[in-house]
Design a protein around this ligand. Structure first.
Ligand code: GDR
Length: 342
């Protein structure tokens, strides 16, 4: 029985990882949680009474705290899902992105090097590190060309993980996770924003008094998967013989526009009865004369990553991993959940 320290456990990925490990292994989870004045335990409420799940106070940006926890707990695995993960905010809060996504990784690597050198370490990397892509699809060999402060923070962390791995023979890796979504996704990310608003509009539509969903660039393309498939891939990555980093992705790319169409379609606004009219900021998605979606330039980013499209063939070959859910399975699951629970 091993001890696994997970950070970011109240978020989507950390909580799915805890579910996966408690359901599929005998290991114990130490859940590192930052103390907040208002508890945000929604995603882990169902785990709080589990004897193999233990909460501890953990602040990734406090080096003394990180060193103390690692030296006292001596974990066998450290899975770092704590991050400032909203790309759109990273232009207004660049320092906190560098602190949480990069400097914090340095604290963790140093603490592991000093106190727990046999600990297997995973830091969540991102397709945003590829950024201004040179070619598609993107595999592990694609150069790092970040286009946001968020992308810079993750790319910098990647270099550190590699240097600490090579210099100190640590099992430290940072897999590239393409977009991954689900019913626990934060509501500011585009997929959940869409499915939450589809559910709201479905309920308010009959009253003929609803606000359209407002979005930014609907032509950007992303490679979306189900986050529950990814946590399994991360666990496989952590349990190889040698520390090697892999891309996890669906190997398909879809535009935000397609996500919108499919999400409304699953809620009963048939694609054939809807149409896009207008151009640029005036573009609208209309159903029987009513505007479902309109563009709000406030949601445009100062620099956009237009296209992300992963190539996870190495992970599929070496780890035997592949996603179980398709793009449409994912959209349907999220819409059904938000229609049922609001
Ligand atoms: P992303 O996810 O930036 O890819 O990063 P997000 O869902 O925020 O944006 C995806 C694309 O949608 C466009 N978009 C909008 N985005 C948001 N959030 N809100 C809008 O209203 C909107 N309108 C259009 C964006 O411009 C963008 O092109 C996610 C995060 O989880 C990262 O932490 C992770 O590393 C990467 O995925 C892989």
């Amino acid at each position: 029985m091993k001890k696994i320290l997970i950070t970011g456990v109240t978020g989507q990925d950390g909580s799915f990882m805890a579910d996966f490990l408690l359901g599929n292994t005998e290991h114990t989870i130490i859940a590192g949680v930052r103390r907040l004045s208002v508890k945000n335990h929604g995603n882990i409420q169902h785990l709080l009474d589990n004897p193999r799940f233990r909460l501890i106070d953990f602040d990734v940006s406090d080096q003394a705290n990180v060193e103390q926890v690692i030296s006292e707990e001596n974990p066998d695995y450290f899975i770092n899902f704590a991050a400032n993960s909203f790309v759109g905010n990273s232009w207004t809060q660049p320092v906190s992105h560098m602190t949480t996504n990069c400097l914090a990784v340095l604290y963790q690597l140093e603490a592991i090097r000093k106190y727990s050198p046999d600990c297997r370490y995973y830091n969540a990397g991102s397709s945003e590190e590829f950024g201004d892509v040179l070619h598609s699809p993107q595999s592990e060999l694609h150069p790092l060309r970040p286009r946001s402060p968020y992308g810079v923070s993750k790319a910098s962390a990647r270099h550190m993980v590699k240097v600490w791995r090579d210099s100190y023979q640590l099992f430290a890796i940072q897999g590239w996770l393409f977009n991954h979504e689900g019913t626990r996704r934060g509501e500011e990310f585009v997929t959940r924003k869409i499915t939450k608003n589809v559910a709201r509009i479905k309920n308010e539509y009959v009253l003929n008094n609803f606000k359209p969903l407002e979005l930014g660039n609907v032509d950007a393309k992303r490679d979306w998967s189900d986050a529950e498939d990814f946590v399994e891939g991360v666990w496989l990555m952590l349990n190889q013989e040698e520390p090697k980093e892999y891309v996890l992705s669906s190997n398909e790319t879809h535009s935000i526009r397609e996500f919108i169409e499919e999400a409304f379609n699953f809620a009963g606004f048939a694609v054939e009865k809807c149409e896009w009219v207008g151009k640029g900021v005036d573009e609208k998605y209309i159903h029987e004369g009513k505007v479902l979606v309109q563009i709000n330039p406030d949601f445009y980013r100062p620099a956009e990553v237009d296209l992300l499209w992963g190539d996870s063939s190495e992970a599929r070959r070496d780890l035997g991993w592949k996603p179980k859910s398709s793009f449409l399975d994912l959209v349907k699951k999220m819409v059904d959940h938000d229609l049922a629970y609001g």
